[in-house]
Structure formats: structure tokens, C-alpha cells
Design a protein around this ligand. Structure first.
Ligand code: DGL
Length: 273
């Protein structure tokens, strides 16, 4: 049997915040990261486009030999995952699996809130899909979910402006807005894998007593659990602790930016679309 790496995909750099935690939790495996930097951001794009781009990248990861791909991107998980799992995989790769980041987060969030009111900060696409309220209410029907689209946050992070004054303005704007609508929120989900880079700013503008959840560790625990429950997939994963990085844009630019998200330097290769 041919073994292969775990594929991790994001529209850009954000998925590196998830990959970092997955590697910490499951260091023995090989990983192949693909950032679609040439077409980022996905957040404001329509369903058809996000599905087409995501499927294209998933197929690239399959060609690189990945039996399992994690969509470390909420926008892709919200807009493309179900179609890929239900319609595309049976046709193109029935023996491979694609998982997202929304489900593991929604399984947890209702156990953390005391007030029964949670907030979701995410891209326009994720908010418009209503994936978070729908999924949370499947597990926790009593929980009230408030959403806030923060369309400027990804561009701020992707352009390395997340510590500048522009970030102060846009972080405060969206936190003030969601809290004015829902002052009893006690749990706030960073529903975009880019947002952990804004964690410092977010905490500065939030009143105390609100738990802020970022997804890296949650997804890592959930993947560990998935592999325990799916030994038939686990044996198909190679284990040489090899980490490879691909970007659909310029690899020098990717390498300069990636360390901010991943915590250490990487050497990526360009992948032609
Ligand atoms: N990191 C992606 C997410 O988790 C979004 C980035 C984008 O808008 O492309 O939603």
C-alpha cells in the first residue's frame, strides 16, 4: 500500500496557524501544505468560485499523494466541503477523505458558554453560509449564535498590517458592533484561520470574562480523534516527519510571510495552477 502525507489547505497563510498545532499534536506524520495565495482572499467570493478553487487545490494535494486533506480554511469548509464530500469525492477519489474546521469547533463551543450566547467572527462567505449557527444548533439547540463578518481582517493580516493602526480601527469596529447587538456573549469564536494573528488586538478591545477560541488546537485534537477512530485511514499516512509547503503564488513572498503564521521559517515551492 502506498502511504502519503496529510494535506492541509488554505486560501493563503491562515491554515499555517492550524498546521502548527496539528504538527505539535501529531508530530510523527508527513504534511503537505498548500496555500492558494494567487487567488486569496476567498472570503468575498461566491459559492461557485470558492468550490472550484478549493476542489482544484484538493486535487493538487491528491496528486501529491495525500490520502487525507484538511481544509484549514473556514470559508472553504463553509462553502465547498459538503459538495466535495458528497458529490466530488465519490466521483474523483472515493478512497480519499476531506475534512473541515467548522464541525470540530461547533462540537465544542456549546460546552463552554455559561450565558448560552456565543459570537462568531468570520469572513463574509462564512457568515453568509450560516454554517456556524446551523452546526452549533444541531449539537446545542438552546445556544444563541450571533455572527459578525469582518471582511477587512484577512487583508490586514495577509498584508502584514495586523499590528498597525489600521488593525486597531477594524478590530474595534467589529467587536463594538457584535457586543452592541449581543452584550451577553461570553464565548467568541475566531471563525477564520487568519484571525489568531489578531488575538492580541482582539483581547485589548474586549471586556474581561469573554473566552476567545482559536481553532488550531481544537482541529488538532479532533484530527487525532478521527485517526484513532479510522485506523484504515491512519495506516495510509506516511510517518517520516517530513513537512512540505506549496504556494500558488511566488514562493519567496510566501517564505517571507509564512514564519509569522507558522512560528518558524519555511521553504516553499511554487505550484503552477
Ligand atoms: N483563512 C480563511 C478562513 O478561515 C479565509 C481567508 C480568505 O478570505 O481567503 O476563512
Amino acid at each position: 500500500m502506498t502511504q502519503g502525507p496529510i494535506g492541509v489547505f488554505d486560501s493563503g497563510y491562515g491554515g499555517l496557524t492550524v498546521l502548527k498545532e496539528i504538527i505539535a499534536e501529531l508530530p510523527e506524520y508527513d504534511y503537505c501544505y498548500l496555500g492558494d495565495n494567487a487567488r486569496t482572499p476567498y472570503g468575498n467570493r461566491g459559492f461557485e468560485t470558492i468550490h472550484a478553487y478549493t476542489l482544484d487545490c484538493v486535487q493538487h494535494l491528491f496528486r501529491m499523494g495525500c490520502p487525507l486533506v484538511i481544509l484549514a480554511c473556514n470559508t472553504a469548509s463553509a462553502k465547498a466541503l459538503r459538495t466535495i464530500q458528497q458529490k466530488d469525492l465519490p466521483r474523483i477519489a472515493p478512497d480519499r477523505r476531506v475534512l473541515g474546521v467548522i464541525r470540530p469547533t461547533t462540537e465544542l463551543v456549546g460546552t463552554l458558554t455559561q450565558t448560552g450566547e456565543v459570537g462568531i467572527l468570520a469572513t463574509n462567505g462564512t457568515v453568509a453560509s450560516d454554517s456556524y449557527p446551523i452546526e452549533i444548533n444541531k449539537f446545542f439547540p438552546h445556544v444563541k449564535v450571533y455572527q459578525e463578518a469582518c471582511p477587512m481582517w484577512v487583508p490586514l493580516v495577509e498584508n502584514n498590517e495586523h499590528e498597525g493602526p489600521g488593525a486597531d480601527y477594524f478590530v474595534k469596529k467589529h467587536l463594538d458592533h457584535i457586543l452592541s447587538e449581543a452584550p451577553n456573549i461570553d464565548t467568541l469564536v475566531l471563525g477564520c484561520t487568519h484571525y489568531p494573528l489578531l488575538m492580541g488586538r482582539i483581547r485589548e478591545y474586549l471586556p474581561g470574562g469573554i473566552t476567545v477560541l482559536s481553532q488550531g488546537k481544537i482541529v488538532a485534537h479532533s484530527l487525532k480523534d478521527y485517526l484513532r477512530r479510522h485506523p484504515e485511514m491512519e495506516v495510509r499516512l506516511s510517518k517520516n516527519q517530513d513537512h512540505r509547503f506549496f504556494t500558488t503564488d511566488d514562493s519567496r513572498i510566501f517564505d517571507r510571510m509564512a514564519a509569522t503564521f507558522f512560528g518558524k521559517t519555511v521553504q516553499s515551492q511554487h505550484l503552477a495552477l
